[in-house]
Design a protein around this ligand. Sequence first.
Ligand code: NAD
Length: 265
Amino acid sequence: FLIGRNALVTGGTSGIGLAIATALGRAGARVAINGLGDGAQILAALTDILAEGATDARHFPADLRDAAAIEAMVTDCTAWGAPDIVVNCAGIQHTAALADMPAATWDAMIAVNLSAAFHTLRLTLPGMAARGFGRVVNIASVHGLVASLNKAPYVASKFGLIGLSKVAALEYAAAGTRSSGGVTINCLCPGWVETPLIEPQIAARAAAVGGGRDEGVRELLREKQPSQRTSLPEEIAQAVLWLCRAESHNLTGAAIPIDGGWTAQ
Ligand code: NAD
């Protein structure tokens, strides 16, 4: 159902972003990915996306801490194919008590997790509105809805991302028509998803209980995620596809938890 659509996925070289890029490609989209990684990792990601059926796939480099680099990346990507779907999935994490959090870590996390989405939105939403169709899916977190200890910049960035998305949803609510599909902007708010991002936290929990990786995962889940199950990146990707459907034209400005009941408590 996405044949003829162009998608841009930040964080598309790893974890949840790679699964989303692959799923969008499988649904027929041409897929642009941004993300860090060496040549081999980027080539492997593009090969995966194409093998799953994407009409075309390309990597557009930019360090998302750099606003000018983001602008150049979106300009190049738009020349290749104006994005109809933008998924802001790039993100970084570092846990430390607020007073011990390096200021440079705060700046980097706000830049990658929040400001980068502001830039991709301001550069792509006008085009979506002009064409009458657009889908933005921002990968926030349960930490955009509730706080946890030792995550000041992460929680601040994710609350900010949800706020940014709500403003964008209001500003573009009347763009397009039912038949063109409209322009929607939403956040997904996952709990624990098994990707490289959470491995340091799994390792810290495993060390605290003197166990292996399985014990580390169990400890993380036991604390906050009532389902006691992690999510897989592919499961988050299915929610992105649902938001991209024509029938989802009135689903905008939402922050949807995929958290096994974490934020229901
Ligand atoms: P990951 O580490 O596997 O992927 C992160 C991606 O961001 C990579 O592609 C990386 O290259 C990219 N990135 C990081 N810094 C960048 C920079 N400066 N410039 C360009 N790209 C950069 O992590 P993931 O778990 O797949 O995380 C994806 C998103 O999901 C993040 O926004 C994260 O906050 C969010 N999230 C993850 C979980 C989880 O449990 N894994 C839960 C909730 C939300």
